[in-house]
Design a protein around this ligand. Sequence first.
Ligand code: FES
Length: 111
Amino acid sequence: MNKFNIFINDSDETFECFEQEHLLKGMLRLGRKDIPVGCRNGGCGVCKVKIVSGQYQAGIMSRNHVSVEEQNEDIALACRVFPRSDITLNVLGKMKNEFVRTHVASQNTKS
Ligand code: FES
């Protein structure tokens, strides 16, 4: 069972993901919240990411959330992406601003 490292540029964090699980599942298995999580079923679009580097297989994604042009630019829904190598990505989902605010705030409160 192959396992790959998923690096999140926005939070500067890495988590491990098995090739047969989608990126959100791998992240949640480790109790992480680096990528916004919604329906986990390709329906809400909050887990939208841009794959900056690495190989992956993407399942069917709603055109309401990922256009053909976006898909060609390696934009995908994390709950529909299965890693085939180590991956680096940027978070694009709707909750990104909220995520960044929360993440920065929590970092500022760490001693
Ligand atoms: S969590 Fe809703 S589309 Fe991925």
